[in-house]
Design a protein around this ligand. Structure first.
Ligand SMILES: NC(=O)c1ccc[n+]([C@@H]2O[C@H](COP(=O)([O-])OP(=O)(O)OC[C@H]3O[C@@H](n4cnc5c(N)ncnc54)[C@H](O)[C@@H]3O)[C@@H](O)[C@H]2O)c1
Length: 448
């Protein structure tokens, strides 16, 4: 099948490469000429495990191509997926203008029946709006269907998620479109049927509900962690205790420094806006967002609190391990590290920053500052540091030579934003170890 993917970002590029891998002929289109130029040469502009090989192989075998030319791309494809950004507006609602613009461009060059597929995460009713945009552009001169096919891949495991999806949602009331979509996804469902067919409104709502539920679990655990710390309980035990209940399960029960990334924060806010727009009072969704905002500030407050009785954080050196919003990705969008870095710079600290892959992206987001040193390893980030803060649980931080780390450091404070280590072990190694939701007596005797 000839497929067009409009928008060659985390979702579009991964989806396009996976469709090509399954034997489809795929054109990936983007308005970013530089990105397309790089991709045409087999250079993948994002970090995603397994993606480089997939792109290279399918490019070489000519099942995958990259272009900025809408006309050629639309004319040669039957199905046009739209995977462009849907950022938050200033009031939190979802800006679907990128989707509308992409749909308008596709409409312009439609030369026969086409299926336009919304893969971007969009508010309920957007499939209808896309159909309206196409009619505005072309009147009744073209035959088409608009399908909602939200994406559930996780950055960091996007290729695997795309090749082996838990489920594939198809929102449509057109049997012709449903049959073609089933054909596209047939290679992904050989093992067992993973297709869920429903109306477009329900498909659009399912995506938001799924992300809101996951974000809710994280905020819930962050709130429980705060209570744990105050009452002397250990949130790490609570996580195991409740996760073992099959009705709850273990996933997404880790307390931390707050959720970030390009999806959860904006999608929760967009769903709040959708709910309010129809006269609902989304109390749980609002609390999810508020708890997360508070959680992102928490690490900065802990560090400032620790140094308050040690001469203040001004001119102290803090090493930060991990910048991306989660491991195995270079995505820095809404990363909690950005909030911490801003707070510490404002307080006059010097920062030594290390991340295995996201430093180039972090450099574009952070203003050049004489108080930032970019480091090439966790040990370099530790050099001369009064404290270390771990923000992203990259695997390479799991088994670290802490004797070496301590030798490099000036101070002994270790702030663990992902509860990666055993408090008593860290205490024995000589650290003032401060993690999330663990009472002070279990972490350090020196905590004020
Ligand atoms: N990133 C994720 O993990 C993830 C997961 C599921 C769903 N989503 C959703 O998928 C959508 C895309 O997200 P992303 O992370 O891939 O975004 P992204 O920012 O990585 O990529 C989007 C791409 O679209 C391009 N673009 C913008 N306007 C265009 C146009 N008119 N024509 C052609 N290209 C255009 C941009 O240049 C960019 O390369 C969003 O709605 C997002 O919420 C993202």
């Amino acid at each position: 099948m000839h497929i067009l993917i409009v928008g060659t970002g985390y979702v579009g590029l991964v989806t396009g490469a996976c469709f090509a891998e399954m034997g489809h002929t795929v054109t990936c289109l983007d308005i970013d000429e530089n990105k397309i130029l790089q991709l045409q040469q087999g250079k993948v502009p994002i970090f995603e495990p397994g993606l480089n090989e997939l792109v290279k192989r399918n490019l070489e075998q000519k099942r995958l191509r990259f272009t900025t030319n809408y006309q050629q791309a639309v004319e040669s494809s039957i199905v046009c997926f739209i995977a462009v950004p849907t950022p938050s507006k200033s009031d939190g609602s979802c800006d679907i203008s990128f989707v509308e613009t992409a749909a308008r461009h596709v409409a312009k060059y439609m030369n026969g029946y086409k299926i336009i597929v919304n893969k971007s995460t969009v508010p309920v009713g957007t499939a209808n709006r896309v159909a309206e945009v196409i009619r505005e552009e072309r009147g009744n001169s073209v035959l088409f269907d608009v399908v909602s096919n939200p994406e559930f891949l996780k950055e960091g495991a996007a290729v695997q998620d795309c090749l082996k999806p838990d489920r594939i949602l198809i929102g449509s009331s057109s049997q012709k479109a449903i049959d073609i979509m089933k054909e596209i996804y047939a290679p992904f469902t050989l093992n067992h049927d993973r297709l869920l067919v429903m109306d477009t409104l329900s498909a659009e709502m399912t995506k938001y509900a799924a992300n809101a539920m996951l974000a809710l679990r994280i905020s819930f655990m962050n709130e429980i962690a705060e209570v744990c710390k105050k009452v002397g309980a250990n949130v790490n035990e609570i996580r195991k205790g409740i996760g073992s209940d099959s009705r709850i399960g273990y996933s997404f029960l880790y307390p931390g420094v707050g959720y970030g990334g390009s999806c959860f924060p904006k999608d929760v806010r967009a769903l709040i806006a959708v709910a309010k727009n129809v006269g609902c009072d989304p109390l749980i969704l609002q609390a999810t967002d508020e708890v997360n905002e508070k959680q992102k500030q928490m690490m900065g407050k802990k560090i400032l609190g620790y140094f308050a009785s040690r001469g203040g954080v001004k001119n102290k050196t803090i090493g930060i391990w991990g910048l991306s919003f989660k491991p195995d990705t270079d995505d820095m969008r809404e990363a909690p590290s950005l909030v911490l870095i801003e707070a510490l710079l404002e307080a006059g600290a010097h920062l030594r920053l290390f991340d295995p892959v996201s430093i180039p992206k972090a450099k574009t987001l952070l203003k050049n500052s004489p108080h930032i040193t970019w480091c090439e390893s966790e040990f370099q980030a530790a050099q001369g540091s009064d404290a270390i803060a771990l923000l992203t649980e990259w695997k390479q931080f799991r088994l670290v030579d802490f004797q070496l780390v301590k030798k490099e450091m000036k101070g002994i404070a270790f702030f663990d934003g992902r509860n990666q280590y055993k408090p008593l072990d860290m205490k024995e190694k000589g650290f003032d170890y401060i993690s999330i939701g663990v009472p002070d007596q279990l972490q350090t005797s020196k905590w004020p």
